[in-house]
Each structure stands twice: as C-alpha cells, then as structure tokens.
Design a binder for this molecule. Structure first.
Ligand SMILES: [Fe+2]
Ligand SMILES: [Fe+2]
Length: 467
C-alpha cells in the first residue's frame, strides 16, 4: 500500500490512466471498467478527506504534483498524457464533493474521440455536463516573464548596464568554480549555490541576463556559454511554471551540461581549421564523460548527469549523440537545455565560424523543429525571448537604427524599439520608442551583430544619459 501523500497521488494518476484505457477499450459500464473506477473513486475520496482538492499538472510528457515531477510515470502514462496535450490542458483539479457519476462522465468525455474541444472550451463543456468537481485548466502562465514589460527607455539602459556588470560577476564566480572542479572532491554545494543565484533572480532580471549573453565578450567561451545556457534554460523552465527544486536542477543542468569538455584540450575546442573524424569523436565524448564525472562526484542527483548525457540527442528518436537503445526522445528538461545550447552556440562568435544574426538563428532553429528540437518547446522559447531579444541593435525598413527595449509576446517579430539613429547613421538628439506591434508600415529589416557591426552602437547607446 502506498504510504506518503505523493505516492498516493501517483497511484491515483496511474489508476486514472488505466480507467481511461478500460473505458476506451470496453465501455464505462463494463464490469472490468466498473471495478477499476470504483477502486479509483474510493482512493480519491480518501485523499480528499485530508485535502480539499488534488491538483495535478502536466507539461508535455511529465506529470507534476505540488511542483514535483513524477519521472517514473512519464513513460507509462504516454497515452493518458496525450489526451491532455491534444486538448492543450495542463492542470487537472479534483475537488472534494466529487461523485462517482461525475468521475464516470469525465472518463467518457475524455475517451470520446468526437469531442475535440480544447483549453477553456473543454473546461466549459465539463461544467455544462454537470461535472463541477473536476476542473481542467490551460497551460499555466504564472511567473511567465512575458507578463512584465519594459517601457521607460533611460531606465532600460540603466538596467542593462547594471545587469552587464552583474553578469560579469557571475562569470568570474563560474570561472573559479570550473577551475576548482578538479582540485576539490565535493563540489555539489558550490554549484547549487551558483544555480540558486540564478533561480532567485526575478523574472525581469532574468530576461535581461538572458538577453545580454551575446553582448559580453570573454576570453574563455566555455564559461560564457555555460552561464548563458543556464540562464536561457532557467527562463524557459520558469515560463513552463517550474519552481523550487525542479527549477534548480534544470538550471544546474544548464550550468554543467558541457562539463565533460574539461577533458578536451582548449586547442582542439578552439581550432579554426577543420577537424578530423577522430577529433570529432573526441569532442563528442564530452556528453558521456560529463555524465560519468557528475555521477562519480556525487551530489548532483539524477537530472543533472542525465542532461549532460542527453543534451546533444535529437528530439526525433535516434538522432544526435550519444546513441541510445531507448526509443524515446530525451527527457523534456534535456530538451530545454538543447534549445538553450544551440541558441547560444549560434549567437556567439567563435574562431571557426562567421557571425550569425539573431533572425538567421531563428530561421535555422525553426527549420530544425521536430527533428532537433521539440516543436512546442521551441515555439515557447521564441515567444519568451523574441526573434530580436532585448538589447539587440536593429535596422528598420526606413533604415533608422535602434535597440530592442521590450517584447510584445506572442508577436515575436514586433518588439518595441528605441530609435537612436537616423537613416544616415546620425545620432538623434532625442531618442523615441516605436512599438512595432502597432505600426503597420514599420518593421525590422535586420539586426546588427553585437560583436560586429552593432558593437559601436551598443557602446554609444548605453553611454547615453537620461533625457
Ligand atoms: Fe555539449
Ligand atoms: Fe554546450
């Protein structure tokens, strides 16, 4: 018999899935289905004796209860979770007072292929059918960074400068932690503290820090990259409603995803010339080596090594590396890190590659939707960060130049831009903000790379005093 509250809830979720399966296979009135439903109903009633409601969350193929992920359930409940995903639902709330008839009606509706209602429409339909003690909700947007907007431009610049400094400090800490990785035995706590400093940022701060990843140059790409991946992963995870330990774990996974590279020479990692097949294999080994190292060191739990192991695996089963005999896409937390990893690798300037503009990165990544990346998570990522992230220097179709100062989600291509230069590259005496979501004829033509053409604009714009 399950003992803890969490185990009880796990049991209820599993049984709910099997009841749905039985109703689909036979009918609700079939003796086998009836037996299982009665047993499920009893367990729900017991659980509702000590709490007024049971709220279960779903994100993609994972099940949550009180912000803890039931990793063991995800594979077993695939079909059940699909029913929720297809209806764009992510919360199931079972309330005290539930009757067995309501539960049966709910299972019948959920199993009925002809009822294709989604989101709020589905929730309303349940009420119409008299089901008032089972509620469903759309994907949560609680804590989603897009809810906050930046408006005042001098304030924006001040904040950007402030966060650039903060970013620099984080980088220095990270550099120290990497240096210590070999020399000390127990590292778990230090890294946790580092991840915590990201987790405790508020959403606005995080949005800034994620955006400025490409503005800072640093001699050692690895540190910058790890910090950026942690920030971008954290941003996505928060947008999905992750909190507490799960948020910390996935952030830590972002920080340490490439830790296996400490075994590979910097010379090889930074080489301009082409690398041989054998050298490429050597680089590829960082995924396995990183996971092994994290397991050996201890203190990093299960998720962090798993992320290190899976971050180069493709969403489409069988692609990427290391190869795996499991016919399953990577864990969804690893999929978040993969998106952050590729995005940051593309936006940074490396010795062996030419500059890629953010709008090109967007196109490259969208082309890989469904193959390299989870399509839903990729869309959500760009909704958060926009095609042109905060701080990007952009040229409009009228050739004026400005800096992106706010996003207008979900309009990922129409941010708010502070115009600072005219078409002849002359600095304007007074800058002004254009909201591209409400100016039909004005749009962004292209961006200016922050470490190339755009660098001098960033430097000048950020030096400006408030008007
Ligand atoms: Fe990697
Ligand atoms: Fe990476």
């Amino acid at each position: 018999m399950p003992e803890s509250k969490h185990e009880n809830i796990q049991y209820i979720v599993k049984q709910l899935a099997s009841c749905l399966q039985l109703v689909k296979m036979y009918s609700c009135s079939h003796p086998r289905a009836q037996e299982e439903i009665s047993s499920l109903y009893d367990k729900m009633r017991v659980a509702l004796g000590t709490q007024s409601e049971i709220e279960i969350g779903f994100i993609k193929d994972e099940v949550f209860y009180q912000n803890q992920i039931f990793f063991d359930l995800s594979l077993r409940l695939k079909d059940f979770l699909k029913e929720f995903e297809n209806r764009t639902l992510s919360v199931l709330r079972i309330k005290r007072g539930l009757t067995k008839e309501e539960l049966e009606r709910f299972l019948i509706i959920l199993s009925d292929k002809n009822i294709s209602l989604k989101g709020d429409d589905f929730s309303q339909y349940l009420k119409k059918k008299g089901i008032i003690h089972i509620e469903t909700d759309k994907i949560r947007s609680k804590n989603a960074p897009q809810e906050e907007k930046l408006v005042s431009s001098p304030a924006f610049r001040e904040q950007l400068v402030f966060y650039l400094n903060q970013y620099q400090k984080s980088l220095a800490t990270l550099e120290g932690a990497f240096g210590d990785f070999f020399s000390k035995q127990s590292q778990g706590e230090e890294w946790r503290a580092m991840a915590e400093s990201i987790v405790t940022q508020d959403n606005m701060q995080l949005n800034f820090l994620s955006a400025i990843g490409s503005l800072k140059k640093h001699d050692d790409y690895t540190f910058v990259h790890c910090l950026n991946v942690a920030l971008l992963t954290n941003l996505q995870a928060r947008g999905l409603g992750l909190e507490g330990e799960n948020l910390l774990q996935v952030t830590l996974g972002g920080l340490l995803h490439d830790i296996g590279k400490i075994y590979i020479s910097k010379y090889l990692l930074n080489r301009k010339s082409e690398i041989s097949a054998a050298e490429f294999e050597r680089i590829k080994s960082h995924a396995i080596e990183g996971a092994k190292l994290l397991i050996q060191r201890g203190g990093f739990g299960k998720i962090v090594p798993l992320i290190a192991f899976q971050h180069h695996r493709h969403f489409k089963i069988g692609g990427g590396y290391p190869r795996s005999r499991f016919l399953r896409p990577p864990n969804f937390l690893s999929r978040l890190v993969t998106i952050a990893d590729v995005y940051d690798a593309l936006r940074s300037r490396r010795p062996y590659k030419s500059e890629v503009l953010v709008e090109q990165i967007y196109q490259i990544m969208v082309n890989e939707k469904g193959r390299l990346f989870d399509p839903v998570l990729l869309d959500r990522f760009f909704t958060l960060i926009g095609v042109w992230p905060l701080g990007t220097i952009v040229k409009l179709n009228n050739n004026y130049i400005g800096m992106v100062v706010a996003q207008n989600p979900p309009l990922i291509k129409q941010p708010q831009v502070e115009i600072c230069y005219d078409a002849g590259y002359n600095r304007l005496a007074h800058s002004y903000i254009v909201d591209l979501s409400s100016s039909e004829d004005i749009y962004i033509k292209r961006s200016l790379h922050p470490q190339g053409e755009g660098e001098k604009f960033i430097r000048e714009v950020l030096k400006v005093k408030s008007e």
